[in-house]
Write a protein that binds this ligand. Structure first.
Ligand code: NBG
Length: 893
């Protein structure tokens, strides 16, 4: 039995010593243009409030000690120095982390646990040093050793345990939770390989390479071998309802301290690693069966091996469900164990001390697992367990893409988690019984008013299929509410709709931008809104201003601090509004422009280093960086660039003098199995070869695909952008968060009325944003009519002709990409590129015009930075804490 098997070996002090943490080896420097954090470090001078004071002499001797004793080195190479500084900062983090957790243990506040399959942390050093307020001390220590913070910064590898926006949001949220002194932890998986590294080969194809991020050791984690829980899979459920798993692994904790900004609070992210229950089968080994001898270990290793490289497609692998269950089970067991340590005897009041936020559907097996733990392991009655479960869980939806709303086949679930499937059936039965009266009334009032979902299931019968007795209106009505549904595409296959399970099993459900929170109410969960109207909320996303402004754009930050006479905006983003009057000051605008120019120069040298292309910093820097997806429409951007190219080619040398020069920068990873997305990447790369080498065009147009877009690249790209593109089909991008980062860094936005673009427009003034395209409520009709669309813009037709004429090579390879939006017998242009193209092109022309007036452009840039403090994740987290979690700040005195 699983019960009572959790182990807590040794004292926490022992673990805190940092012993047993993986050995740090050499980390290859990526030799990037360095950037100055000195002005931010300056900003922090003398204001440390973190309680882990250390002066520069002590920092220096600590670094030397780490170099000698931990790294066995006396060399002051960049890599070794980075590691030594990182380990030294690790020690300071431990001090703060230990004090925080001791304090919280004493105060026993309510905690939030953020359950997330992804945390896209990026680099830690700059963030940790500055959040701790130790920038000056370490800066001086490094200067004494003949180096600088900027020099060692690039030696750190990104922790890329996430795909994109959802994972980065989780990382921003942890920073804000700590900064707001909220008792809270992140819980996730310690993947051995994070998000793949993207390379581009000489033919323009994306190449995926494994991300060996742990190979050189990880100074930012604390290995906690004494904290481990058993997690089971497969097996049988006995007549007593108890589950005997056939396979078991240990989940072992690795803690990552999360320092808040200018506070003593240092929170925690606990990542689980899977270990075999039995490492090595000696008898199998002795019999010569070497594979069997390590079989258990290999199975355990597979669980945490790799992050699934999808952000909007269903990965139907059993292993993915195994990963999800693995980290959810360990996290719930861990929380319950800690709760019982502080409150022995009963779990009745668990919801008063713990709330679990489920980040998208990935952790939603928590509904069934919490029920199982409460009933089977702790002996609670079903009703009591259900009450505790629903009061402890909350769910955030991050997408309306049907393929990303996870649905697990009942057969897979029954095999891997038989007891959970039993409980889900019971939860579903109870739920359906509870809504039957409601559905009866609805059917009686409008017997023919079936919703599209129910109708589809009756209409989908194929020709020749055996006639079945038709369902009654009540049965049809009930189907819409069921958590277990028949697969629309595969008759007879039953699926568990994890989003429905989450909605029924949670106290709150939220979307991530105002429009998205409405769409989930009207299109995704309308039947649940009828039952629980108050459960549905909006929590517009946000980003941490520490990483995404103060540290990545130190020059702009220093200018803001100087203008406002305080750096308090880093923690209270509403203060940024006071920057608005400076937009009217010509001298200030000149300085603002100079900062942007410096950031452009930094990006230009990065572009040269990564792609070999030289770009002019006098040209407008136009950026679209995000995961490559048809709904995000990088394709539309590419087609517009082809038109721009054709226009310049057709001009006389005299006419060309009036062109506004542009550097079009595109970056992002395509999921490895996403056929069309990979073609889009290649199209852009092939376009670059033709366009960038055309002497007719020169500096008037450059197109650059920046490989391996990740957090650290974003930190260089975003501060340099002058215009950024957020051009998803209206209604498809839940929120977007890079739009917020760009706005705060003074980049103008061209965007559709989608996701958080709308709220950014409201804050910035729509007169300052370049908006185009159809609206979300027109989409369904336009999709139906798309095959009859005749209104192709001549610019569209001419641009596609260039692709099919082979201007960018490989006509055959691009044929189905072209067909996907042009030939309605082969594709359906689901994301309505053709419908939006003309207004997009007009908007692009408007941007050129606007850019000619540099004073006005700069004025707008300042207004963007001044207007978007609302999008600080501190605001978002404050709302979650007050409106969903009921968690209060617990700062140390
Ligand atoms: C993404 C959305 C973005 C949103 C982030 C964070 C998933 C499943 N969803 O629009 O596509 O900004 O979540 O909420 O990755």
């Amino acid at each position: 039995m699983l019960q009572g098997q959790h182990q807590r070996l040794g004292s926490s002090k022992q673990a805190l010593s940092g012993q047993g943490v993986a050995h740090a080896g050499t980390i290859r420097s990526r030799n990037r243009p360095s950037f100055k954090v000195s002005s931010v470090l300056e900003m922090n001078r003398g204001k440390t409030t973190n309680g882990v004071k250390i002066d520069s002499a002590a920092a220096e001797s600590d670094v030397l000690r780490e170099l000698h004793y931990r790294l066995a080195s006396s060399a002051l190479s960049t890599d070794k120095l980075y590691s030594a500084v990182a380990w030294s900062v690790h020690n300071r983090l431990l001090d703060a982390w230990e004090k925080t957790h001791a304090y919280w243990k004493e105060k026993d506040p309510k905690f939030v646990y953020y359950l997330s399959a992804e945390f896209l942390m990026g680099r830690t050093l700059t963030n940790a040093v500055n959040n701790l307020g130790l920038g000056n001390e370490y800066g001086q220590a490094l200067r004494n050793l003949g180096s600088t913070m900027e020099q060692i910064h690039d030696a750190e590898l990104d922790a890329a345990l996430g795909n994109g926006g959802l994972g980065r949001l989780a990382a921003c949220f942890l920073d804000s939770i700590a900064t707001l002194d909220l008792p809270g932890w992140g819980y996730g998986i310690r993947y051995k390989y994070g998000m793949f590294k993207q390379g581009i080969d000489s033919d323009g194809y994306q190449v995926e390479k494994p991300d060996y991020w742990l190979n050189n050791g990880n100074p930012w984690e604390i290995h906690r071998p004494e904290i481990r829980f058993p997690v089971g899979f497969y097996g049988k459920v006995g007549p007593d309802g108890k589950w005997s798993p056939e396979e078991k692994v240990w989940a072992e904790a690795h803690d990552v301290p999360i320092p808040g900004y200018k506070t003593k609070t240092c929170s925690n992210m606990r990542l689980w690693n899977a270990l075999p229950v039995e490492e090595f089968d000696l008898s199998a080994f002795n019999e010569g069966d070497y594979v069997k001898a390590v079989g258990e270990k290999r199975k355990a290793d597979a669980i945490c091996a790799v992050l699934y490289p999808n952000d909007a497609t269903e990965e139907g692998k059993e292993l993915r469900l195994k990963q999800q269950f693995f980290f959810v089970s360990a996290s719930l067991q861990d929380t319950i164990a800690r709760y019982l340590e502080a409150h022995p005897g009963s779990l009745d009041k668990l919801p008063e001390k713990a709330v679990f936020q489920m980040n998208d559907t990935h952790p939603t097996i928590a509904v069934a697992e919490l029920m199982r733990l409460l009933i089977d392991e702790h002996g609670l009655a079903y009703d009591k367990a259900w009450d505790i479960t629903t009061r402890s869980l909350a769910y955030t939806n991050h997408t309306v893409m049907p393929e990303a709303l996870e649905k697990w086949p009942v057969l897979v679930m029954e095999k891997l988690l038989p007891r959970h499937m039993q409980l889900i059936k019971q939860i579903n039965d109870e739920w359906l019984a509870s809504v039957k009266g409601h559905v009866e009334k609805k059917v009686a009032a409008m017997p023919s008013a079936l919703t599209p979902a129910a109708k589809a299931s009756t209409d989908s019968k194929k020709e020749g299929e055996k006639e079945e007795a038709p369902l009654s209106p009540l049965e049809l009505g009930m189907k819409e509410y069921s958590i277990i549904q028949e697969n629309q595409w595969e008759k007879g296959q039953m699926l568990v709709n994890m989003a429905y399970l989450a909605v029924v099993g949670s106290s709150a459900v939220n979307g991530v931008a105002a429009i998205h929170s409405e769409i989930i109410k009207t299109d995704i969960f309308p039947q649940f809104v009828e039952i629980f109207p108050k459960k549905f909320q909006n929590k517009t996303n946000g980003v941490t201003l520490r990483r995404w402004l103060a540290y990545c754009n130190p020059e702009q930050s220093a200018l803001i601090t100087e203008a406002l006479g305080t750096d308090a905006w880093v923690k209270d983003a509403s203060l940024l509004a006071a920057l608005k009057p400076f937009a009217e000051d010509a001298a200030f605008r000149a300085r603002w422009r100079a900062v942007k120019q410096g950031n452009k120069a930094r990006l230009a040298s990065r572009i040269k280093e990564l792609t070999g292309y030289e770009v002019s910093t006098d040209a407008m820097f136009d950026v679209q960086v995000k995961r490559i997806h048809e709904y995000k429409r990088q394709y539309m951007n590419a087609i517009s660039i082809i038109h721009r190219y054709a226009t310049i080619k057709a001009m006389s040398p005299e006419e060309r003098k009036s062109v506004v020069p542009r550097v079009c920068i595109i970056g992002g990873k395509a999921a490895s199995a996403y056929y069309m997305a990979k073609k889009i990447v290649r199209l852009i790369n092939q376009m670059a070869k033709t366009i960038n080498n055309d002497s007719d065009v020169g500096d008037l147009l450059k197109i650059v695909f920046l490989p391996n877009y990740n957090v650290s690249e974003a930190e260089v790209i975003i501060p340099a952008a002058e215009i950024s593109q957020h051009i998803s089909t209206a209604g498809t991008e839940a929120s977007g968060t890079s739009n917020m980062k760009f706005a705060l860094n003074g980049s103008l936005i061209i965007g559709t009325m989608d996701g958080a673009n709308i709220e950014i427009g409201e804050n910035t003034g729509f007169e300052n944003m370049i908006v185009f395209g159809v609206l979300a409520d027109q989409i369904n009709v336009l999709r139906e009519e798309r095959k009859d669309f005749k209104d192709y813009d001549p610019r569209w037709t001419a641009a596609f002709k260039m692709i099919t004429d082979g201007v960018f090579g490989d006509v055959e390879y691009f044929a189905d990409l072209v067909a996907s939006v042009n030939d309605m017998t082969k594709g359906n242009d689901w994301f309505l590129v053709a419908n939006d193209f003309a207004s997009y092109m007009d908007a692009q022309e408007k941007i050129d015009e606007m850019y000619r007036d540099q004073e006005e452009w700069t004025r707008k840039s300042i207004i963007y930075a001044a207007s978007n403090g609302f999008f600080s994740s501190d605001r978002t987290i404050d709302q979650y804490a007050k409106e969903i979690w009921g968690v209060k700040p617990c700062p140390q005195p």
